[in-house]
Design a protein around this ligand. Structure first.
Ligand code: ADP
Ligand code: ZN
Length: 788
């Protein structure tokens, strides 16, 4: 009997019989297979998770037979399956959900074809054909399979790869407003990035097909295969190595000490985790690289993870220049499904040590035993995935090094409060680097109170404008952080005072001037602008507040006319290669000013930047999240770290409406230790993590379902009753901070306890109270990073 976890809904693990038409030795644990499901005989892909010698009749039920293997040798090794099982238990989902969430798309398909070589002309049969055959026919192909005379053809994915659509031009596009279909296609590509033609036509309907062709003829859209060796985030060709240390450099004393500490841990015959707490610019990368050399010398593999793709690219080029002859795999969510599938397969078979570099999803690549996993900028929230498959990369990474007695190295200038607490509890070792490598010094930080700033003045205080102008006139560079993209976050009807809102989410729509649209930042819904007020039919909207587009416009008004300004946010980096091009252009000093969202606070190195301005220092402080202060502190210290990395001293100006907040005294001197001491006391007093286990249960139902509220209330009853029994504090239900999203009403419960087991027990009962097929969706987020 084969236990098979399905890689698509219902994601269950089901029992199948090994069929008579194939030898039993064909089936192996970790192997991908195709099985029939349900009465209609739909085909689904699955993974064999265990094999038992039980009879195919169980309690009088005849088991269905597994149809065909999708590969000869299993893709996944036992250790990998063990990791999947552990993740499933931790987050209370099925193993199928875990596998479905982490395998590249091409490895989850059931649409396979076989090439049968039976002496005559080779013929192709699909698994669908096989499902319809008689047992005798199947048995004859089964015999050929055993003889190695049947091959599995590659999935249909490669065909899609030949027709990828991507934008060639940024908005505003030279298209007549009446060309609705063309605009629809352009907007969609701007929103989703590169897509295959098949997918585009699936999503928008085949009626856009001719519009797409027109756009391609007019060279607004490119259709074709991906150019080799490119990822969506990088430039067309091999990214140039932006990280350089001089030939024959020596480690600085602090780097040497850290390296010695970590090397000792690496050689221990036990798993370890350690923190490299080094200020921005202290030279953490070099330590990672030298340590990687140590691990490779031991014959073990190394994995580098970065919180976002531009930083992963930078790490990748650093790795390639340090280890020119070492095999290195680069992996990130922007790569094509085919490319990711190729890397996954190659690594699944590989036994020789290698280096893997990527974003968090690279963590799930099968790999030869790992000696070292480095998580750079470990405090970054993007190491937690909270949509779809929920996981915390740090936990998974630790699980992986445990399997191979390796070392998990976390690096940051502003560690996660939880990590630093673990250091104090001596669960994690730490090395500290307090000096900047090279010439750079930490910048001076000044707070600017903007409580009295009038709306008509724009978002920048006079003093900031003055300093920006001075820096530009001196020929130096400035970065300006504003964590809000678009032109204006609120559109206010001048005639009746109504605010334009998303019909699916009820949040205010953001005005994007370049695209002449109002866009919902939560679900992507958009309408073209100008738009008629839904309440009074007026046409006069007042854009309120300021996003990056407006700030860019404002700056070009107040700075000398030949000043070049670049903008870095999700909108300006949509086209393939754009992000890297903007960063490179700024690094090459082709522009004096870089305006951007938090994207630009992360890890980049611009030696000529002498001023960093944070336009909205307290934007994050008001979020309903116990970690708001921690987030703000980290973001601002990281942003400050962008200034003064070269020979010239740097300055940082932070605008705030809440200058009394305790966070500021520590941001000014980048005093992480001071911040930590204050913050951990607050958490201890208020019983927040790491002093309690905290989880969020989320539930949602469609807006038009009138039974929803009853269900929410009854779930609260379930939670309260069990909460008393199991010593779990239940807070809620409360409407989520975003109470309506994508047409669904949302509620949440906060669970606090000393034990994860109790939290899971409670969630289990809540989930089981919801009948199968209900319109109510419920999910568990352990240690949530995003409380919205
Ligand atoms: P961070 O700690 O912020 O990640 P980086 O690793 O980016 O810092 O290093 C900052 C700069 O210091 C880089 O340009 C790097 O080349 C330089 N650097 C690091 N270590 C040394 C060294 N031992 N000697 C000379 N320069 C160094
Ligand atoms: Zn919306």
């Amino acid at each position: 009997m084969l236990s098979i976890s399905l890689l698509s809904p219902p994601y269950a693990t089901l029992s199948y019989a090994a069929p008579a038409w194939l030898k039993t030795s064909v089936w192996k644990c970790g192997q991908r297979v195709v099985v029939p499901l349900g009465k209609g005989g739909m085909l689904r892909a699955g993974i064999i998770v265990s094999i038992d010698a039980e009879a195919p009749v169980k309690d009088g039920v005849v088991l269905k037979e597994c149809l065909w293997p999708a590969e000869r040798e299993p893709l996944l090794r036992p250790e990998y399956l063990a990791m999947v099982k552990q993740l499933a238990l931790r987050h209370m989902v099925t193993e199928g959900e875990v596998l479905g969430g982490l395998l590249p798309a091409g490895l989850r398909t059931s649409k396979l074809r076989l090439r049968v070589l039976d002496g005559g002309k080779p013929r192709t049969v699909s698994l669908r054909d096989i499902a319809k055959m008689s047992e005798t026919e199947r048995a004859s192909i089964g015999a050929l399979w055993t003889d190695n005379r049947v091959e599995i053809l590659d999935s249909s994915f490669d065909a899609e790869e030949q027709e990828l659509c991507s934008l060639l031009v940024d908005p505003p596009w030279p298209v007549r407003p009446s060309a609705k279909r063309q605009i629809e296609v352009l907007e969609y590509l701007q929103d989703k990035g590169m897509l295959s033609r098949t997918r585009l036509l699936q999503d928008l309907g085949s009626s856009v097909s001719s519009a797409l062709n027109t756009l391609a003829e007019r060279e607004l859209v490119r259709i074709g295969p991906r150019e080799e060796g490119t990822c969506e985030a990088c430039v067309e060709d091999e990214p140039e190595c932006s990280f350089k240390v001089d030939e024959g450099f020596t480690l600085l004393p602090e780097q040497q000490a850290a390296f010695d500490d970590f090397t000792r841990l690496l050689h221990e015959d036990a798993p370890n985790s350690a923190l490299l707490y080094g200020i921005t610019g202290s030279g953490k990368t070099v330590v990672y690289l030298e340590l990687a050399a140590e691990a490779l010398a031991q014959g073990r593999s190394v994995m580098f993870l970065a919180p976002e793709v531009a930083l992963a690219c930078k790490l990748d080029s650093a790795v390639r220049s340090r280890f020119p002859s070492q095999e290195c795999f680069f992996y990130n969510g922007y790569q094509s499904p085919a490319e990711r599938e190729r890397t996954f397969r190659t690594l699944a078979e590989r036994t020789a040590p290698c280096i893997i570099v990527g974003t968090r999803s690279a963590l799930f690549l099968p790999a030869p035993p790992l000696g070292l996993v480095v998580l750079d900028e470990e405090h970054d929230t993007s190491f937690k995935q909270d949509e779809g498959l929920v996981y915390q990369a740090k936990e998974v990474a630790y699980y992986r090094v445990q399997q191979s007695n390796g070392l998990l190295l976390l690096g940051s200038a502003t560690p996660d409060v939880k990590t630093f607490h673990a250091v104090q509890q001596q669960a994690v070792s730490m090395s500290v680097m307090k000096q900047r490598a090279g010439e750079g010094r930490l910048p001076d930080v000044t707070l600017i109170d903007i409580k009295t700033l009038k709306r008509t003045d724009g978002i920048l205080a006079l003093e900031c404008k003055q300093q920006i102008r001075d820096v530009v006139e001196r020929g130096e560079q400035v970065v300006i952080l504003l964590n809000r993209r678009g032109y204006a976050p609120l559109m206010y009807c001048l005639d009746c005072g109504h605010v334009a809102r998303c019909p699916h989410c009820e949040v205010g729509l953001t005005y994007h001037k370049e695209r002449e649209r109002l866009i919902c930042h939560y679900c992507g819904h958009s309408v073209s602008y100008p738009v008629v007020c839904s309440k009074c039919k007026g046409l006069h909207y007042l854009p309120m507040g300021e996003g990056t587009e407006k700030l860019e416009e404002h700056l070009s008004d107040i700075l000398p006319p030949d000043t070049k300004i670049l903008r870095l946010d999700r909108d300006s980096t949509r086209r393939p290669g754009k992000m890297q091009r903007i960063l490179d252009a700024f690094a090459n000093q082709e522009a004096q000013v870089l305006v951007g969202t938090q994207m630009l606070s992360k890890g980049h190195h611009f030696p000529n930047v002498t001023l960093a301005v944070v336009a909205d220092g307290d934007l994050g402080l008001n979020l309903p999240d116990y970690r708001a202060a921690e987030r703000t502190f980290q973001l601002l210290v990281q942003a400050s770290g962008r200034a003064g990395r070269g020979e010239k001293a740097g300055r940082v100006l932070i605008q705030t409406r809440d200058p009394g907040h305790y966070c500021w005294q520590f941001v000014g001197s980048a005093d992480y230790d001071g911040f930590f001491t204050e913050e951990i006391e607050r958490r201890r007093k208020r019983k927040y993590p790491p002093f309690v286990k905290l989880a969020l249960v989320r539930a949602s139902y469609p807006l038009d379902w009138n039974k929803g509220m009853e269900w929410i209330e009854s779930l609260t009853q379930v939670a309260r009753t069990l909460g008393k029994e199991h010593d779990v504090r239940v807070l809620g239900h409360t409407p989520s901070p975003l109470p309506i999203l994508r047409g669904r009403k949302r509620f949440q419960w906060t669970l606090k306890s000393d034990s994860w087991i109790s939290v899971r027990t409670l969630y289990y009962a809540m989930r089981n109270a919801v009948p199968r097929g209900s319109k109510l969706r419920i999910s568990l987020d352990i240690d949530p990073v995003n409380m919205l």
